[in-house]
Write a protein that binds this ligand. Structure first.
Ligand SMILES: Nc1ncnc2c1ncn2[C@@H]1O[C@H](COP(=O)(O)OP(=O)(O)OP(=O)(O)O)[C@@H](O)[C@H]1O
Length: 631
């Protein structure tokens, strides 16, 4: 750690924690500043405050005081921790708690009139919040509870006949889909409750269901229904719009529905901190659908719920097992896992009686036919929550592998990986021939199309293979593997891929949002020749979006990218370079996200030790949404 990263004002334990890398300089600065303003001199409170700031930086909403010592520390070049976390000068847990209970930072009354921390007791132990995040959680809880207390008016007969019409048997469209059909259950929930949460892995038909929900609500409430479609990223919004429009004529949906980023829907305004839509100026929609909700942070969810009109139907869709937002919160997973308080609308129960009546244990097992709903699933319906479980896109090994990872069955994961087959391969870190061939083939295909000015083919081939890494730096990181890919491509084609210049076939990754240019962090595109000019092309539904490369303010060449950035996209073949087993980034959520990016083939490059370590390590983002907290 450099001197610049060591907070100069930290003393005692704060300094030791900072030097070990368990706290960043910013954590220490914030803690010392708050303590000074509030006149707090207790060293245990200083440490707890800095750890609470650190927790938010690491993605948690609060600090779980029962897991105070759950910190990571800095490692040397050999991956050896500078100090074992347990050897840090930890105060006794009960002393920290007692000091917090009397601290002016928690109870207020200090010289500055500040109360920046909240200490919340729950049945599972105390949580320490930065006040802002506690208020955001409370807003989410309050708005959801208010919405659970009321049901929308629905014409029951029309609901039943529209459900029958929209959910048909795949093999015999003259008949309704056989029960249980969780997609039909999801649509009925969304029609009869103000908030519905539709969870499901890739290819379980989430967007298929969203289109049917829109058709159902249009049938119930008329074509003047104001529909708002949103997603956390521009890329995800474009995909949502594309899939909804693809079903427009079949389902007689209102024409030309558009999807936008959540920022745009809420009315992001240049130079202003406040959105145009908020608690005092509600969003003008009758129904709002948010896709890829797993990437929505706590703060954005709070802003959205504040801005939603009390009678607007809200449908939150996503995969709670994927990596969560880069900012604090794992709201979708929390919403799915939170204590259920609502009641079922009796209209819902009368609309899908057959789906609800199938007993759990009398249905066919496996993926082919759906099993009856479990007791836990019945219970979650009261919270407006349904999980689609039947894979519709890829059956077979990729789906089995993803499920085994999600359920932490490491022996099954290894068995699937080692059985090989057309969909899954597992190679050692030095067994790179097939990876090299895929990297070169995909680059050559992209370049040929880009040189010929064929934008659609260039973008299509660009999606045929993607090299994903957990880390940015180090031997298994993006930088090293991008360099490796560049060398392979250079050796195969005899071309020098000059990083300083634009060239046809150059793969691009946008690294920051640019709302004015409609380009978003994580968007990927390709440089294509257009006559004498080069253009940067991005996939956007049916029409690609073209820009002059000089209009891109934050962009990298991307021969490899992080798994985090690949979220919300799928590729033909995905090659995943695993880091060493001890890497803290290597988690179950990361592996699951990487595997489920693949449509046709997933190749894992790494060791058995790394695979098993990844399956075993779960991200634990502390939050109060999953607990009972008094209003
Ligand atoms: N009930 C169904 N009958 C027939 N085909 C279906 C059904 N549900 C989904 N599909 C098809 O399965 C495929 C996957 O569905 P869809 O894209 O809606 O899944 P998804 O959960 O949104 O996936 P992702 O998370 O990857 O976007 C699509 O081709 C869709 O048309």
């Amino acid at each position: 750690m450099t001197d610049a990263q060591i907070a100069q004002r930290g003393k005692g334990a704060l300094r030791t924690f900072n030097e070990a890398g368990a706290l960043a300089a910013a954590d220490v600065h914030v803690a010392v500043r708050l303590a000074t303003l509030a006149g707090e001199s207790d060293a245990d409170v200083h440490l707890a405050t800095a750890l609470a700031v650190r927790a938010v930086r690491a993605g948690s909403v609060c600090l779980d005081l029962n897991r105070l010592r759950d910190v990571t520390v800095e490692e040397d070049e050999n991956g050896t921790p500078l100090v074992a976390p347990e050897d840090l000068p930890w105060p006794r847990d009960e002393d920290v708690l007692a000091a917090l209970r009397r601290s002016p930072l928690v109870v207020g009354g200090g010289p500055g009139g500040l109360r920046p921390l909240r200490l919340i007791d729950t049945a599972d132990g105390p949580l320490l919040y930065l006040d802002r995040y506690f208020r955001q959680e409370q807003t989410i809880r309050r708005v959801l509870a208010e919405r659970e207390g009321r049901f929308p008016e629905v014409d029951e007969q029309r609901l039943v006949s529209a459900l029958t019409e929209l959910f048909r048997d795949q093999t015999d469209p003259a008949r309704p889909a056989p029960a249980p059909d969780r997609q039909r259950v999801a649509a009925a929930l969304a029609a009869t409750h103000l908030t519905a949460v539709i969870a499901g892995g890739p290819g379980t038909g989430k967007t298929h269901t969203v289109a049917r929900i829109l058709a159902l609500l249009t049938a119930l409430h008329g074509r003047d229904l104001r529909i708002g479609l949103a997603a956390p990223t521009g890329k995800a919004a474009a995909r949502l719009q594309e899939s909804v429009r693809a079903q427009e004529s079949e389902l007689k949906l209102p024409p030309d529905l558009t999807a936008m980023t959540l920022h745009r829907m809420l009315g992001w305004q240049r130079g202003r901190t406040r959105f145009r839509y908020h608690a005092g100026n509600h969003l003008p929609y009758d129904v709002i659908v948010v896709d890829e909700t797993s990437m929505v942070s706590l703060t954005m969810m709070c802003r959205l719920l504040e801005a939603v009109r009390p009678d607007t139907r809200l449908v939150l869709v996503g995969d709670p097992d994927q990596l969560a937002s880069v900012d604090a919160g794992a709201v979708l997973a929390d919403l799915v896992g939170r204590p259920i308080t609502g009641t079922l609308n009796p209209v819902f129960e009368r609309a899908v009686p057959h789906d609800l009546a199938v007993p759990r244990d009398l249905t066919a097992p496996g993926d082919f036919a759906e099993r009856g709903l479990s007791d836990a699933e019945h219970n979650r319906l009261r919270g407006g929550i349904v999980r689609l479980s039947r894979g519709r896109r890829f059956g077979g090994a990729i789906a089995d592998l993803a499920l085994a990872v999600r359920q932490g069955r490491d022996d099954d994961v290894m068995a699937i990986l080692e059985s090989g087959g057309p969909e899954v391969s597992f190679v050692g870190p030095s067994d790179l021939a097939a990876l090299r061939a895929d990297v070169v083939r995909s680059a050559e295909g992209v370049t040929a199309a880009a040189e010929a000015g064929d934008v659609a083919a260039a973008l299509d081939r660009f999606e045929s293979h993607r090299l994903l890494c957990a880390h940015r730096d180090g031997p298994s990181g993006v930088k090293r593997w991008a360099r490796q890919a560049t060398e392979w491509i250079g050796a195969a084609t005899g071309r020098y891929l000059d990083p300083e210049r634009w060239y046809p076939g150059q793969p691009l990754l946008v690294t920051a949002n640019d709302h004015d240019m409609r380009i978003y962090n994580g968007d990927t595109g390709v440089v294509v020749r257009r006559g004498d000019e080069l253009v940067a092309a991005f996939a956007r539904g049916e029409e690609p979006y073209l820009l002059h490369p000089s209009q891109l303010s934050a962009v990298n060449t991307v021969y490899a990218m992080t798994i985090h950035r690949s979220q919300g996209s799928q590729y033909g073949t995905v090659s995943v370079v695993l880091p060493e087993a001890k890497s803290a980034l290597l988690t179950r959520e990361l592996l699951y996200t990487a595997i489920t990016r693949a449509r046709k083939h997933v190749r894992i490059v790494g060791t058995e030790e790394s695979v098993r370590a990844g399956v075993a390590r779960q991200v634990l983002r502390a939050s109060g949404l999953r607990r009972e907290i008094p209003a």
